[in-house]
Design a protein around this ligand. Structure first.
Ligand code: PMP
Length: 402
């Protein structure tokens, strides 16, 4: 091929083939037990219900289920989601909802609408890689704040805000995955949610509250959304059907002040015109016919068992120097290895031992996290989890011996 490199925009030049992609390629061999992919378990998809609802949607809605939809989304779905948000404590009507092609598109539209090159964006360390990628596409200056078992460390957030103020740098956005986060598997406490909104008011920034895992909740009441505390329209909430129903329809939504929704609708017109209609009607029927709640009940049973199996195996087999988060929902646990062990280089050995994970450094924006890794229990078959953890324990023990 002729020299294409010079044609790429500056912002696209950092998208290079990575070692991790190469390693994942190897992890595709059938003998590998992979804890890498954060996908839903393939056996969780409600195939029979989807078949029935597809037929119903096409016969009852005819053309409109097959035609382009309004850019802001099918109005019945927007109304139903507004009602659901209201039930969850966020007073909303349909004009506050934008249907998106997955919440990933919500992140892209938000970055497109709000980020100029060099704008400061605050993120948790570690943070969701897909959001970091969306921010990179618009050349954001990402500033990281560590999290602990209660979510983002608000005292460190405050000192970072003070430092930025002294440097004359004003952050525009704070991005948070509030429940059972990807990759850390932690939930932001109620006290900290209150502090975060207080800081947003004081230092004048917007909050992106990303919550794709909230429905996958194993045992407890999670704190209300940050958006419930939002008096000024500073919080933009992102929801998704990808984990609670299926990613095959790629339907998400954004709940925000209607002035933000109007702007994002215009931005979306130049992005994909509209979200797919058939998927929107499927999500609508899945919700309004009462399947969603029942399905979420089944999902939480399945994922709870997988989580329990993984954590028990980690307690049994991992060396005492290794620590990890104990998620109370969602798909992930985040592992910290002894300092000096590099999870990225260890991956090659892990794949030789037929086990895979995601090295944690790619979730960090401060060049750290080399001794961390993310394990997803969501996709692996329950029966293979213990064996996979045993293999990984062997790899870690060998690595520790040097
Ligand atoms: N946010 C987070 C934290 C995620 O983990 C994901 C998917 N892995 C997304 C957003 C995007 O989800 P979707 O586009 O499928 O709704």
């Amino acid at each position: 091929m002729f020299k294409i490199q010079g044609f790429f925009a500056e912002r696209a030049k950092h998208h290079n083939a990575s070692d991790i992609k190469e390693a994942f390629h190897l992890a595709e061999k059938p003998s590998v037990i992979s804890f890498a992919g954060g996908f839903p378990g393939p056996h969780t998809f409600p195939r029979e219900i989807v078949k029935k609802l597809l037929e119903k949607v096409v016969s009852e809605r005819g053309e409109s289920s097959l035609q382009y939809a309004p850019t802001e989304g099918v109005s019945e779905l927007r109304k139903l989601l507004a009602r659901e948000m209201t039930r969850e404590g966020v007073a909303a009507d349909a004009s506050d909802i934008l249907i998106t092609s997955g919440s990933q598109q919500g992140l892209d539209l938000l970055c497109k609408a709000f980020i100029d090159p060099g704008d400061v964006v605050l993120v948790e360390i570690p943070s969701y890689m897909g959001a970091l990628g969306a921010m990179d596409n618009y050349e954001a200056d990402k500033v990281g704040i560590p999290l602990d078992g209660e979510g983002i460390c608000v005292d460190l957030l405050e000192t970072t805000l003070q430092r930025l103020q002294r440097e004359g740098r004003k952050p525009k956005l704070l991005y948070l995955v509030t429940n059972f986060s990807n990759p850390a598997g932690v939930t932001l406490s109620w006290e900290r949610r209150k502090k975060v909104i207080e800081l947003a008011q004081k230092y004048d920034f917007l909050i992106l509250e990303d919550n794709p895992y909230g429905a996958i909740n194993f045992l407890e009441k999670i704190p209300p959304h940050i958006k419930t505390l939002d008096q000024e329209g500073r919080v933009i909430y992102l929801g998704s059907f990808s984990k609670s129903f299926m990613p095959g329809i790629k339907i998400g939504w954004l709940c925000a002040h209607s002035a933000i929704i109007d702007k994002l609708t215009m931005v979306k017109q130049g992005t994909d015109l509209c979200t797919n209609s058939l998927g929107q009607y499927l999500a609508l029927y899945f919700m309004k016919e009462g399947y969603l709640q029942e399905h979420i009940g089944c999902l939480t049973d399945i994922y709870r068992k997988k989580r329990d199996t993984m954590l028990q195996a980690m307690h049994r087999y991992f060396p005492a120097e290794v620590s990890w988060t104990e998620p109370r929902g969602g798909f992930f646990t985040f592992v910290t290895l002894p300092a000096g062990i590099n999870a990225k280089t260890m991956l090659t050995k892990a794949i030789q031992f037929d086990v895979a994970y995601v090295p944690g450094n790619c979730f960090f924006v401060n060049g750290q996290g080399h001794n961390t890794l993310r394990l997803a229990y969501s996709q692996v078959e329950l029966e293979k989890i213990e064996e996979g953890i045993q293999r990984l324990a062997r790899v870690i023990s060998e690595e520790m011996k040097g």
